[in-house]
Design a protein around this ligand. Sequence first.
Ligand SMILES: NC(=O)c1ccc[n+]([C@@H]2O[C@H](COP(=O)([O-])OP(=O)(O)OC[C@H]3O[C@@H](n4cnc5c(N)ncnc54)[C@H](OP(=O)(O)O)[C@@H]3O)[C@@H](O)[C@H]2O)c1
Length: 326
Amino acid sequence: MSGLDNLINISTLERGLQLLGAVTAASTVFKVLSLARLYLSPSSISVNRWKHGNPYALVTGATDGIGFGIAEALAARSFNIILHGRDRNKLEARRATLQKQHPGLRTEILVFDVLKDPYDDIENLISGISHLNITILVNNVGGIPFMPAYINFTEFDSSQIDAVIDINARFLAHFTRYMMPILSKNGPALIMNIGSAAQIGVPGATMYSGTKGFVLSFSEALARECKISKTPVDVLNINLGDVSSKSTPTPVKFGNPLAKDFGRDVIARVGAAIASDRNTVTPHIPHAILFGVLKSLPEFVKVAFMRNIIQDARALHRKIFNLKEE
Ligand SMILES: NC(=O)c1ccc[n+]([C@@H]2O[C@H](COP(=O)([O-])OP(=O)(O)OC[C@H]3O[C@@H](n4cnc5c(N)ncnc54)[C@H](OP(=O)(O)O)[C@@H]3O)[C@@H](O)[C@H]2O)c1
């Protein structure tokens, strides 16, 4: 190769590296601006996008924790509320609390046990409220519906496998399918699916992680289907780490907000998420930071970190729920 060829090759390599550097820098600036827009600047779209007519928001698993926190935050923004749960007395009590906080608010309740009632009844359940102007659906019901919750996959029996799939994934899919025509008719409408940072794959919570991976992919795919078919329904996966609630009684500290405060974060952030064309959002800033760091760690550090997390979660459950040492 002649000296001239070498020179040309080096300058081509330099130009290539410069281009790569420019693309990387531009993509980093874009990501930083997009995050700043999401978390810091007032959004051109707020939850008011879905507040038209006499709007109702339907929240599943709304008698406790995050579901009730989101219901409270939506009621504070003048949405009428449909509370879903399995316990009629608890639903009536929560309904009374909301109405005391917001006289004039309209509320409905839906009683359906996601683990016991037949899914063929969902259509009938929904037909009782289909005349209402429901513009927001929050698919929140979920979790690990047995104790001890954090067991290894090999310890599961088949009914436990089914229960985790039913409460986190199967009910969500069936309920959403029946709700889609109603939301579409009432558009612009919004579906928020409460996912979990466990979608990353947490040992000791294998089934739960898998179903939250389903919630993420399901939300992203449905969001894109709606964009392509111009169905006026926005769809968002809500990603989160620990939130202090009935089933996750972690002490409130940095990164572990109260369910009520987390509910406010969700409602504050959904408009900006849709404005920036996202299909998934992590509404609580400390969760976003921790999740970002966790994702970028090398695998062996992730394994060590998650081993500690699950040990702590098991110890907390043993203490709070009086479980025996495994
Ligand atoms: N808290 C966290 O740290 C955390 C983290 C990541 C993701 N998440 C997700 O956030 C969502 C809410 O969790 P949470 O911590 O707020 O839970 P929670 O405090 O235990 O509340 C769960 C809600 O679901 C209802 N529910 C439970 N089993 C039901 C059934 N079989 N049929 C109908 N309703 C049922 C409960 O009703 P009862 O009042 O009758 O029990 C309650 O209203 C879940 O999808 C969970 O996976 C939570």
